[in-house]
Design a protein around this ligand. Structure first.
Ligand code: C2E
Ligand code: CA
Ligand code: CA
Length: 752
């Protein structure tokens, strides 16, 4: 009898399930073998356990049919041995038994068989039964293999994402997946305990972490945090993101945590880079305007809470233009650097470490005094923020010191220069209740110092004021604007520069007041102050929905209209209902409305806004973060928010090709967006150059005057009617050239 030692590898056989049939009875082998072949199996026969095991070395079958009772090595022994052969652990084995008793069935399972089949007297007639059983085994085995494969795919994906999972049980301690071990720079064999892991966390952070862990365990709450990790054998600092959920037993007692860890160092580096570039002046290294305004906001918040006074000093160099013009820009820059250095020395906290402020989310931990700063507003203008002063004399003393430190000549281009400054001082709350007012009033005071002969400081006073009535009038008129239908929405298209097509539009509000079109900057802030923003925004939402329906009907418009909303609208529990109502009233899908929320606004009340974001996301309303890059978001939050789009702030676009930092910011934002799976759009694109640079950096969706200003709805129709493509703007050729899409170039450059 020839043992079935033929190879399984031929291609034809592969299409059919391969069966290794093992029986010592030649007749059975023949009959069963023929029956299975007839039913589409590729059968290989073995007349003994030994022969079967030998056959395995020629290739694995998909299933083994094994007679239980055989001389020498019986089916049970054969199966047991088979299971020890590498690769055979999971091959399905069907044990044929003539003994329909519990004992042999149990033995079959114990020996590692997958299933059994009873050889009855007429079993030779039960082919379809055997066939069905084998096919079932094969299906189950395939499913298992697929699961196995996707499991290893998941592990690989996790490894790529530098992510791994862990389990922590109150009873048995910590278990990390191999991928999770790698996140901590550990190998399989390394000793592991929660204690050992904690030791990798720097001491100060460890205390905070332990407190947080204790709190979470005590309350059985979800744990999400970023932890710095510095194991001694690692180079540099790593940041590991931890997310874990508690698990409970039937009695509702917490038994442990299950979660994931991810190495987010790269993301952190990108975030830090964005922050730094966006917040510091490249020339002097001082905080820039943005950073200063942010600090001032925080300082006012604190002062409001605690009840003390703050001061804002606006410092302007006298006659800097003359110096700049006579000595040249290079020397002008050197001079500014030196002025910056001296001014900085005039405030108590001369170290202006950004992180000190950012990371102290709990402002309570670090003193608000760390907000103290001298920053550069731009050109030759500087600002000093004094987060706490006793009275105006306190602030004036600092101003005097600034005048004094300028007495020493500054040497640039081997020339001694004498520089003086004029300083204007405004105090919170006396001279203004918000940063904008304080800035304006310190500016007024600074001009009065200049007017009085320069090289001096001046305090703001009501005698310098002149506004107030205007504002009241405006408020009254705005109240009436809604009733009188004086508000209109203009639309600015969002363009995909590769196809030169509109892919959506942003609604921007205007106020038709008498014969003039009032821009939003002149009434939105006031509306926000007075609460009128709510009816205004509600109007904008329903107007946008109505417009979408009109365009849908006439042009098959299927994109979305982005409506700008301040955070206070997101706080309202009825925002989602309201949107639902306005879109259903117009019979358009929810996704026609997209919402833009500015980064600052979002971060200001993140906790209140998050639930609304999730609900909006559920009904299909997408969210974009406006003015992105200017805020001070803890960017790691972005990972958890259901947002779709980041809108790169106009200021970065404006400086593209001018200041190298701006392209660095854009690059960093794009990298961040990619890693978070978000779309990116650039706003304020005015020149071909900007468009080109953006495109090269990887931005394809843009908005800006280059393509179109915000226009009344009827003017947008040219864009809506994309079959006409009646645009002949210079950028179109450019954009399509970049994409090398000659067909669209041709269509787009022929004006109708
Ligand atoms: P935003 O949301 O950042 O809107 C973009 C602003 O940039 C618009 O100014 C737009 O006209 C302008 N813009 C667009 N392209 C360019 C460009 O290429 N160059 C320049 N220099 N500017 C460009 P607009 O319409 O005056 O709106 C100003 C701000 O007012 C908006 O900033 C938004 O924050 C707010 N706003 C506008 N409409 C609404 C509204 O319906 N509700 C609320 N809450 N705020 C609105
Ligand atoms: Ca916007
Ligand atoms: Ca914007």
């Amino acid at each position: 009898m020839s043992p079935a030692a033929t190879s399984y590898s031929d291609d034809h056989a592969r299409e059919r399930p391969r069966v290794l049939l093992v029986d010592d009875d030649e007749v059975t082998l023949m009959i069963v073998g023929a029956a299975l072949r007839e039913r589409g199996f590729d059968v290989h026969e073995a007349a003994s356990g030994k022969a079967a095991l030998a056959a395995l070395s020629d290739g694995l079958p998909d299933v083994v049919v094994l007679d239980a009772v055989m001389p020498e090595t019986d089916g049970f022994d054969t199966c047991r041995t088979l299971r020890t052969i590498p690769g055979c652990e999971n091959v399905p084995v069907l044990m044929l038994t003539g003994l329909n008793d519990e004992v042999s069935i149990t033995r079959a399972y114990e020996a590692g068989s997958t299933d059994f089949f009873v050889k009855s007297q007429q079993w030779t007639q039960q082919w379809s039964l055997l066939d069905g059983r084998l096919r079932y085994l094969l299906r189950a085995s395939r499913t298992r293999q697929e699961l196995e494969r996707s499991k290893s795919k998941l592990a690989r994906a996790q490894d790529l994402a530098r992510m791994g999972s862990f389990d922590w049980r109150l009873k048995s301690g910590l278990m990390l997946s191999p991928e999770a071990l790698r996140v901590f720079g550990l190998g399989q064999g390394d000793p592991l305990s929660l204690r050992a892991l904690l030791r990798m966390v720097p001491r100060e952070d460890r205390r905070v972490l332990v407190r947080m862990l204790r709190g979470a365990i005590e309350h059985g709450s979800v744990l999400t945090t970023d932890v710095p990790v510095t194991p001694s054998w690692y180079s540099g600092d790593h940041v590991v993101h931890i997310e874990a959920e508690p698990e409970f037993n039937e009695q509702g007692q917490m038994v442990g945590y299950t979660g994931v860890v991810q190495d987010v160092t790269d993301r952190r580096v990108a975030e830090d880079k964005i922050r730094h570039l966006a917040n510091f002046d490249a020339l002097t290294g001082l905080p820039n305007r943005r950073q200063l305004l942010w600090r001032a906001e925080r300082a006012l918040e604190m002062a409001r809470r605690v009840g003390h006074q703050c001061a804002l000093l606006l410092i302007d160099l006298d006659r800097f233009k003359i110096i700049n013009d006579t000595l040249g820009h290079q020397s002008g820059d050197e001079l500014l650097v030196e002025v910056a250095r001296r001014l900085r020395g005039c405030v108590r906290h001369s170290d202006q470490v950004l992180e000190a402020v950012f990371e102290g989310h709990g402002m309570g931990v670090r003193s608000h005094r760390s907000l103290e700063a001298v920053g550069r507003l731009g050109g030759d203008e500087f600002v000093a923020l004094l987060p706490e002063v006793i009275d105006e004399r306190d602030a004036e003393r600092v101003a005097q010191r600034m005048l004094e430190v300028m007495r020493e000549p500054i040497v640039v281009a081997s020339q001694e220069c004498f520089v003086t400054v004029s300083v204007g001082v405004a105090l919170y709350p006396r001279d203004g209740s918000n940063v904008a007012d304080l800035m304006r009033n310190s500016d007024v005071a600074m001009y009065s110092a200049k007017a009085q002969g320069r090289n001096a400081s001046a305090l703001y006073g009501p005698q310098l004021a002149g506004r107030g009535r205007e504002k009241l009038e405006l408020e009254t008129a705005l109240h009436k604007a809604i009733e009188r239908n004086e508000l209109v929405l203009h639309y600015q298209p969002k363009i995909d520069v590769r196809s030169a097509r509109m892919v959506g539009a942003e609604a921007l509000m205007r106020w038709q007041r008498g014969g003039v079109l009032v821009p939003p900057a002149d009434f939105i802030p006031l509306a926000e102050e007075t609460g009128l923003i709510t009816p205004l925004s509600e109007w904008a939402l329903s107007e946008a929905a109505r417009q979408a329906r009109v365009w849908q009907q006439s042009f098959g418009f299927a994109d979305s209209i982005a409506v700008n909303l301040p955070s206070r609208l997101f706080e309202r529990s009825d925002l989602v209902d309201h949107i639902h109502q306005v879109v259903t009233a117009q019979g358009v899908p929810h996704r026609v409305i997209m919402l833009e929320i500015t980064e600052d606004n979002l971060m200001k009340d993140l906790q209140n806004v998050i639930p609304a974001l999730h609900r909006l996301n559920e009904i299909g309303v997408e969210i974009a973060i406006d003015d992105f890059g200017t805020g001070y978001s803890s960017l790691s939050y972005l990972t958890t928010l259901p947002i779709s789009e980041l809108k790169i702030d106009r200021s970065f676009v404006r400086d593209l090709g001018i200041s190298p930092q701006s392209s660095a910011v854009v690059t960093a934002i794009i990298a961040l967006a990619r890693s978070l799976g978000l779309r990116v759009i650039a706003e304020g694109v005015e020149t071909l150059r900007q468009m080109e640079v953006l495109h090269r950096l990887g931005v394809v969706t843009m908005q800006g005057y280059l393509f179109s200003k915000p226009v009344p709805p009827t003017d947008l129709e040219l864009w809506l009617d994309q079959s006409v493509q009646s645009r002949s703007a210079s950028w179109i050729g450019q954009a399509t050239e970049l994409e090398a899409a000659p067909d669209r170039l041709h269509a787009a450059s022929h004006r109708s």
